[in-house]
Design a protein around this ligand. Structure first.
Ligand SMILES: Cc1cc2nc3c(=O)[nH]c(=O)nc-3n(C[C@H](O)[C@H](O)[C@H](O)COP(=O)(O)OP(=O)(O)OC[C@H]3O[C@@H](n4cnc5c(N)ncnc54)[C@H](O)[C@@H]3O)c2cc1C
Length: 381
């Protein structure tokens, strides 16, 4: 009998895991004792961190796309299809374009985050974003035309991908407008849903004075409730209202609905043990990356580290050994603090972040990491 490992989602986590498993289970794959299938609803992998640079004309959306088949080892069966139903009792999956169900012995959900701007009235019509390829491209046109007025960056709900990216955007926008001699005519306001400027208290404490220095206004405890695109106002649940000339939002995020339908968790996120990454509600099911509700940031670095843990655990299970690998919450993140400087944080469940002093060196390290990302996806670094 062949042990069938199915990974759903060919983003950072899914592709790193597929390559990890093909490496670890090399001989089992060769003998046919194990098969690995990676299902993704598209033929490309999309590297989202590129989108931060698109509005400022520093990268093109195409820089963030590569054919998945070029990134994943040939021993893995890569299928371009969409998961539409999970039955964890019979261990079967339904796919949109396949007549036959797919059965699994080990299932890994790496289905990432989905944007849900429609949850906030007026957001689709009134708000721009750089959290999607189209959004980042449109925002580039808007920014190029924007020479005076009020730019509002509103983080609408949490959790969202890359908790640092909203800070990065306002720091970069501040610098970009200064370089172009426009900053005095542009007011920048940053809104955040809780009482500080970032979900992590240590990062918030570090970022707030930097924002003060750069003359970036802060509206904390601001949960955008509705947007009036005609009046160009954004209203919060707390009863405040902001006028804007250009509104950039981080829209609400959800996982995929069928995770909830399968009873695996709320809002499309899979409830997991934060150390083993095993689903709480089903056996032989793991989740990693954005799809896993671990409480750590929804970041590519997290997906990468978690893929290594799940790879080790599944390889042990396949061999009849007790899996011992665990995830310690490790997260790393470069934080752009302008167009040519960045900070860096590294933390885990036990050790909080302590942002490094911003430097050019760290900015170049971030750009270099982005360039070498495709090696990471192949599992080479
Ligand atoms: C603007 C921006 C900047 C960012 N910057 C950084 C950064 O600097 N550093 C960092 O670490 N992270 C960053 N991130 C976050 C990072 O991109 C994500 O956290 C990371 O991609 C998560 O990886 P993942 O494998 O969990 O999901 P994803 O990479 O999103 O992959 C999920 C895959 O699953 C597929 N899928 C979904 N549903 C189905 C289905 N039903 N059937 C089949 N396939 C499905 C999707 O199409 C997708 O290919 C950034 C994100 C954004 C938006």
């Amino acid at each position: 009998m062949t042990d069938h490992i199915v990974i759903v989602g060919g983003g950072t986590g899914g592709s790193v895991l597929a390559n990890d498993l093909s490496d670890r289970l090399d001989s089992e794959l060769e003998s046919g004792d194990v098969a690995v299938t990676l299902i993704n609803d598209g033929s490309d992998q999309v590297y989202k961190p590129v989108w931060l640079y698109v509005p400022f004309g520093k990268r093109e959306p195409d820089d963030g796309r590569r054919p998945l088949a070029d990134l994943v080892d040939d021993a893995v069966d890569v299928r371009n299809d969409r998961l539409t139903d999970i039955d964890t009792d019979s261990q079967r999956l339904q796919l949109r374009d396949s007549v036959e169900d797919v059965s699994y012995d080990h299932l890994v959900l790496a289905t990432g985050s989905t944007l849900a701007p429609e949850e906030i009235p007026g957001l689709v019509e009134g708000g721009h974003n750089y959290y999607s390829e189209d959004g980042a491209t449109t925002l580039r046109e808007e920014l190029l035309d924007f020479s005076e007025g009020h730019l509002v960056l509103s983080v609408v709900g949490s959790p969202h991908m890359c908790p640092a990216a909203p800070l990065e955007f306002v720091f970069m926008a501040d610098d970009w407008f200064r370089e172009r001699g426009l900053r005095e005519d542009i007011e920048i306001t940053y809104t955040y849903p809780i009482q500080r400027v970032h979900g992590n208290a240590h990062i918030a404490e570090w970022a707030a004075p930097l924002m003060e220095e750069r003359n970036i206004n802060r509206e904390t405890f601001f949960n955008a409730e509705s947007i009036d695109p005609d009046a160009q106002t954004v209203s919060s649940m707390e009863g405040s209202e902001l006028d804007y000339d250009l509104l950039v939002t981080v829209p609400p995020h959800r996982g995929i609905d069928l995770i909830g339908d399968a009873g695996l968790g709320d809002d499309g996120w899979v409830d997991v043990d934060r150390h083993t990454l095993e689903a709480d509600a089903a056996t032989s099911v793991y989740a990693l990356g954005d799809a896993a509700a671990t409480g750590v940031p929804k970041a590519g670095s997290v997906a990468h580290y978690q893929a290594g843990v799940v790879g080790q655990r599944i390889a042990s299970e396949v061999r009849g050994q007790v899996p011992t690998a665990t995830y310690d919450g490790k997260t790393i993140c470069f934080i752009e603090t302008g167009m040519d400087a960045a900070s860096f944080v590294e933390f885990d469940y036990e050790n909080p972040p302590s942002p490094a002093p911003p430097s050019k060196k760290l900015h170049w390290a971030k750009l270099a990491y982005n360039e070498s990302y495709w090696l990471t996806a192949r599992g080479l670094v």
